[in-house]
Design a protein around this ligand. Sequence first.
Ligand SMILES: Cc1ncc(COP(=O)(O)O)c(C=O)c1O
Length: 387
Amino acid sequence: MIYLDNQATTPLDPCALEAMMPLWGAHYANAGSVTHQAGRDVAQMVDSAIAEIARSMGAAEDELVITSGATESNNLALMGVMHHPRQRRRKVVSLVTEHKAVLGPLERLRQQGFDVQLLPVQKQDSQLPGVVNWERLAQMVDDQTALVSIMLANNEIGSLQPVAQIAAICRQAGCYLHTDASQALGRLPVDVDELDVDLLSFSAHKFYGPKGVGGLYVRRRERAVRLQGQIVGGGQQHNLRSGTLNTAGIIGMQVALSNTLATMDQDQIRIGDLREQLYRRLREIPELVLNGPPLRPEVRLGGNLNCSFYPLEGQSLMLLMPDLAVSSGSACTSADPEPSHVLQAIGLTEDQARSSLRFGIGRFNTTQEIDQAADWLINAANKLRSF
Ligand SMILES: Cc1ncc(COP(=O)(O)O)c(C=O)c1O
């Protein structure tokens, strides 16, 4: 099998796996059990891992809430800000192209009576497809806005949003800025002060860490975020997220992140070259159209390629390539037969969206794999065309 679905998830870094094993073995104690040495030992391991994760994004250790992943982090950020008892503003501004892990909680907030505004993005025929419509954003964010939530990098078409510039608009309006950085952390430099964000979601399995663990950065310095915990119980993590910590997950997340960041710059150049190689080969397919921004690292997530093969159907192409793992639309919504909401937002028709495939190249892919994948795709397209 050739795995080109690194936007859905990444393979586990073997070093992260090794680092997690003792937490399931000898170091099984609860990090909250500070009444005995076994618990204190684990607490110390976990605390220093969290401090290291925080440091790597320019945050302080008491500014991270450990969660089960980006879906939970997004829920905590959005619900937590809007449900805070001292929150008087009622408006949340976001994008139509956000992940369902943002759109779902926003829909819930809308049902609860909040004013949820989803902004359109630039279309496929513009210079930067998928990027926020700047004028609409500036018009929409005002003194009634409590929160703006805009993802750093899109999981389907890789569009990068100008988050630091969006932050300036938020500062002027006196509202918080949340960004879902699930796809960005480990692929792009992420620093909470440079981005000037108040809340930032991330998930370990997007950077070669384990599944089921992630975090939310919550600004405490200067303009501290007023956030209401959504999972209540034993009061862990400053009451922002009760529940016994996923100790092995936290250690695995830290090791995976440190390793990813250590070689990120070289890896991203290599991954960019692999994407170029794949795209060059696929251009032999006459139907091929690039979806999303140009393949340049400053405007598009490295490793992400999304193409339409219209009128050839994406699902049919996939059926002809059983050993190639790619995705049609977003893997997180693959149970959902609807064509991608992101592709439709940049102006593709339903049929064009259904004819699209997403390729996600990662650190463990090789040039041989890219060549093989291209051969399979070209053959599949030829076969389908002749039916
Ligand atoms: C942009 C984005 N946000 C959120 C998520 C959900 O993350 P998790 O699987 O950690 O809940 C994903 C995963 O596909 C994603 O790509």
